[in-house]
Design a protein around this ligand. Structure first.
Ligand code: UN1
Length: 542
């Protein structure tokens, strides 16, 4: 039970082919490094080089998750009582430490989940931006003074923390998204149990250590590793046991609905950021080169593994052939490989073998829907690789980019999210048809339109049902100080980021202070002012 600040990383014996270390990882409970109560472990491997093992981590038991919840509960009152500007100062320290260690964290993120170095750098920056934003929010966290309807009485509102927050995120944004959740949570005075994603435990372990180095008191953030069906489920089950005051989850719509049901029956608040089938519309007035760039990046950047990645590409029939000519030229020349070893790759491997398997299964939906596969061949192998592939196919889990055309609204693949490098293309007759198609999936996370017709852009912006819309931009790339989230099947209406997220981690406390020294009844003891009608003839004015 060593304190997290008193120990360096523990290196393990390994056969990693790239000479990179293997780490013994721990849960962090009440500031102490802890193994699983039954000693069970799991490993994390590099999806670009599966024989490179990053570390061994506790497969947390129910006892471990409950220990973490107890630690969060006992740290709560002292943390909630810490002045908000001091909490903000610790968050600012976290941002500065992340800046100092950015290069190492970027390489680690790329090694663990296969994102390109450029994208990992963008993501660590998003975590830094979040810290810098909320550092000064600690000096605001405003309430209001409100006038009373009675004399000698004052009204106030205060933001109060909710208590113990269960944080569950997915490994596709393993640094920005947990920071989107935990930074506002702790800024508001809550404490957290963070169930780290199964496929990015080393990055979570490094980030949680940095949070402690920044001056975070023990027990304010407790890290538990493990599987969604293990530690994640134990954390959600604890809502039924009255041990959790808030769940914040980013992941699939199916799991989100299950969490929403459990929280709902316990009247516990939950933030749910779920799937998307994000539409991008291209209209005839668009700058086609720009639209091709945006659609290509939205579809295949991050190997299509963002919640905001392009799903349905909706192209007006008058420019369909021109657009597709330019678009397919780019798709066919996509550079794919391990960004640690090759420069300028658009995307790397899938996040992990699990994501690769699930992606291949979801491609079957496109096949059985009857969509036309015009490009792509599943997993990249020695014998089947696109021209731009620059890695050794056997070493990692790489996928072809996939393009399906002839997709219509009645097909399952029009409605289902495909988490990976595959887009479904739909032809639109006119603007109204394009808008109808953009609204026709069960999701409503992100959306985009390329047009140079201002009225069309306006009608899209007002007619689309989505949490986010890009005009002449891709579906991805939300900034850290705008509200992030969706409607319909993409979430329960809560938002991450910016000032809006504060609503999700605090409740409003209305306080009245009666200074008159007597009982004054609201609504009943209020002075009534009567209308005194004058003898004036307004009709005579004109
Ligand atoms: C996610 O995929 O869960 O807007 C988050 C974007 C990123 C965040 C994505 N800033 O694409």
């Amino acid at each position: 039970m060593t304190h997290v600040l008193a120990a360096d990383f523990e290196f393990m014996q390994n056969d990693n082919p790239n000479g990179l270390p293997m780490i013994r990882g721990y849960n962090i409970i009440n500031g102490k490094l802890e193994a699983a109560s039954d000693g069970a472990t799991f490993t994390s491997s590099n999806p670009a080089l599966l024989s490179d093992i990053l570390g061994e981590f506790p497969l947390s038991t129910k006892v471990d998750v409950h220990d973490a919840l107890k630690a969060a509960k006992s740290a709560f009152s002292s943390w909630a009582g810490t002045p908000a500007p001091t909490r903000g100062q610790i968050i600012g320290n976290m941002g500065r430490l992340l800046m100092d260690r950015k290069d190492a964290l970027v390489r680690l993120e790329t090694r663990e989940i296969g994102k390109t170095l450029k994208e990992s750098a963008g993501e660590i920056q998003e975590a830094i931006d979040t810290c810098l934003f909320f550092q000064s929010e600690g000096r605001r966290l405003y309430g209001q003074t409100v006038n009373s309807e009675l004399p000698d009485k004052e009204l106030f509102t205060y933001r109060r923390p909710l208590g113990v927050c269960g944080i569950i995120n997915s490994c596709n944004f393993p640094s920005a998204v947990p920071f989107w959740k935990m930074i506002p949570a702790i800024m508001c005075g809550n404490t957290c149990v963070w169930k780290s994603p199964q496929d990015s435990p080393l990055l979570s372990f490094a980030l949680a250590r940095i949070m402690h180095e920044a001056g975070l008191p023990d027990g304010v953030i407790n890290l538990v590793h493990g599987k969604g069906s293990g530690a994640g489920q134990y954390l959600v089950d604890a809502v039924d046991e009255g041990l959790v005051n808030k769940i914040s989850f980013t992941g699939s719509t199916a799991v989100g609905k299950m969490i929403g049901e459990i929280c709902g029956r316990n009247l516990v608040s939950c933030s749910l950021e779920l799937g998307g089938k994000n539409p991008l519309v291209v209209m005839p007035s668009a700058n086609l080169e720009n639209a091709v760039e945006g659609a290509y990046w939205a579809g295949f950047g991050t190997a299509g593994q963002r919640c905001t990645s392009l799903g349905n590409l909706i192209i007006h029939e008058n420019i369909y052939d021109d657009f597709m000519g330019l678009f397919m030229e780019k798709v066919k020349n996509t550079k794919i490989g391990d960004s640690m070893r090759y420069d300028d790759v658009l995307y790397g491997p899938m996040l992990s073998s699990k994501y690769a398997e699930e992606f291949l299964q979801s491609l079957e939906v496109c096949e059985t829907s009857g969509a036309d596969l015009i490009y792509g061949d599943g997993r990249i192998t020695k014998d089947s690789a696109p021209v731009g592939f620059v890695a050794d196919a056997e070493e990692g889990v790489y996928m072809w980019p996939h393009v399906y055309t002839g997709v219509t609204e009645d097909m399952d693949c029009f409605h289902e999210e495909i988490f990976g490098p595959a887009i479904t293309i739909v032809k639109a007759r006119d603007f109204d048809h394009a808008l109808h198609l953009a609204n026709a999936s069960p999701y409503g996370l992100s959306s985009a339109i390329y047009t140079n017709d201002r009225l069309e852009a306006y009608r899209f912006k007002t007619g689309i049902k989505a949490g986010m819309t890009g005009i002449n931009n891709s579906t991805t790339g939300a900034e850290a100080h705008l509200p992030f989230g969706g409607v319909k099947g993409s979430g329960n209406g809560t938002r991450e980021s910016g000032i809006w997220v504060i609503e999700s981690y605090s409740y409003w406390h209305a306080v009245n202070d009666e200074l008159s020294g007597k009982l004054q009844l609201a609504q009943m003891d209020v002075d009534e002012i009567h209308i005194e009608e004058a003898e004036v003839n307004y009709e005579s004015l004109a």
